[in-house]
Design a protein around this ligand. Structure first.
Ligand SMILES: [Zn+2]
Length: 126
């Protein structure tokens, strides 16, 4: 069961991992001028998001995992609902889905990455 304060819901909401209130990104993941830009720190609790120089480089591994998960999910959907779709059409569909969802995968990879290192603190305030 997913509780109100579950890590999963905090990741989906793209909020600060520590206080769950401050925004994590400068803008929306599809706002092209601010794509993937993480705020310097949380406006609510003051957590510095870049925990160390190059901290978010590790999120590339998460991004890779999310992309593989997307491909597997699309492959399962294709197998269940469009079993006669040829390989080229399937491949093109997957590439289009990846391009369209890339900003979202990029954003979620950073959010998931920081949630691996920072836990929720119900008393976190500035
Ligand atoms: Zn915070």
């Amino acid at each position: 069961m997913i509780g109100r304060n579950s890590k999963f819901l905090r990741i989906i909401g793209m909020k600060c991992p520590k206080c769950q209130k401050g925004a994590f990104f400068e803008g929306h993941p599809y706002e092209l001028t601010k794509i993937g830009l993480v705020k310097e720190s949380c406006s609510h609790c003051g957590l510095k998001y870049d925990l160390e120089p190059g901290f978010f480089q590790g999120s590339y591994y998460v991004s890779y995992g999310l992309a593989v998960g997307l491909f597997v999910a699309l492959w399962i959907l294709k197998t269940l609902f469009l079993p006669n779709l040829n390989y080229l059409t399937t491949l093109i569909s997957m590439v289009i889905a990846l391009v369209v969802l890339a900003p979202l995968l990029f954003a979620y990879s950073k959010v998931i990455w920081i949630h691996l290192f920072v836990n929720y603190d119900s008393g976190a305030q500035k």
